[in-house]
Design a protein around this ligand. Structure first.
Ligand SMILES: C[S@@+](CC[C@H](N)C(=O)[O-])C[C@H]1O[C@@H](n2cnc3c(N)ncnc32)[C@H](O)[C@@H]1O
Length: 180
């Protein structure tokens, strides 16, 4: 599955630079949550450049090892930080640091989605955005809507409807906390 995800054929439907370019600028800190071998992580690293950082989070050590090898080969290892997590483990060290989160074809694999979206919202700076996409066909529209509801309950707001081939997707933003 990991090799399938980084196959060049995927580039016909998912062009990383076109999908991510509107959100990532040099110097930013990004998270690729459920990065696998880094189909999106390496282009993210190129977009944020040497002054930025991409945290690549996954539960499978093998995926992260392969991602690390690929980053070394492409001269991007200084910008890629692989992070191995256990299901449900907290990533508090990233809280409030992140400008952009990618959650692509991952949420349907996660047991505790309310916790996932709470974790991602906590990582994000005010004004940061999360691009959330799920594979159309594999995930039902009702399941996707349910996941989006969980993201809204975690405090994110809808900020756009990006069109991504063969996917259901939404852009979510972390706004200022309302004054109480
Ligand atoms: C279908 S792949 C998608 C990979 C990548 N986002 C892409 O689009 O190429 C899903 C990845 O999410 C990871 N994953 C599943 N549950 C996870 C969790 N709870 N926390 C972190 N990663 C997880 C899997 O190990 C796998 O590498």
């Amino acid at each position: 599955m990991g090799y399938f995800l980084i196959s060049p054929v995927r580039n016909f439907s998912h062009k990383p630079e076109a999908i991510l370019g509107p959100y990532l600028k040099p110097g930013m800190k990004g998270v690729d949550y459920g990065s696998a071998m880094g189909y999106f992580s390496l282009p993210m690293a190129k977009l944020v450049g040497e002054d930025g950082m991409v945290y690549c989070i996954d539960i499978q050590p093998k995926m992260l090892h392969k991602l690390n090898d690929r980053a070394v080969k492409q001269g991007l290892s200084g910008i890629i930080r692989p992070v191995l997590v256990k299901e449900g483990e907290s990533l508090g060290f990233l809280n409030g640091l992140i400008d952009f989160v990618l959650l692509f074809a991952v949420a349907h694999e996660v047991d505790d989605q309310p916790k996932l979206f709470a974790e991602l919202a906590a990582m994000m700076k005010t004004g940061a955005v999360l691009l959330f996409a799920e594979p159309a066909g594999h995930v039902k529209p009702a399941e996707f809507s349910q996941s989006v509801q969980l993201a809204l309950q975690a405090g994110l707001v809808k900020a756009g409807d990006p069109q991504i081939s063969r996917s259901m997707s939404v852009l979510l933003r972390k706004d200022e906390a309302p004054f109480l």
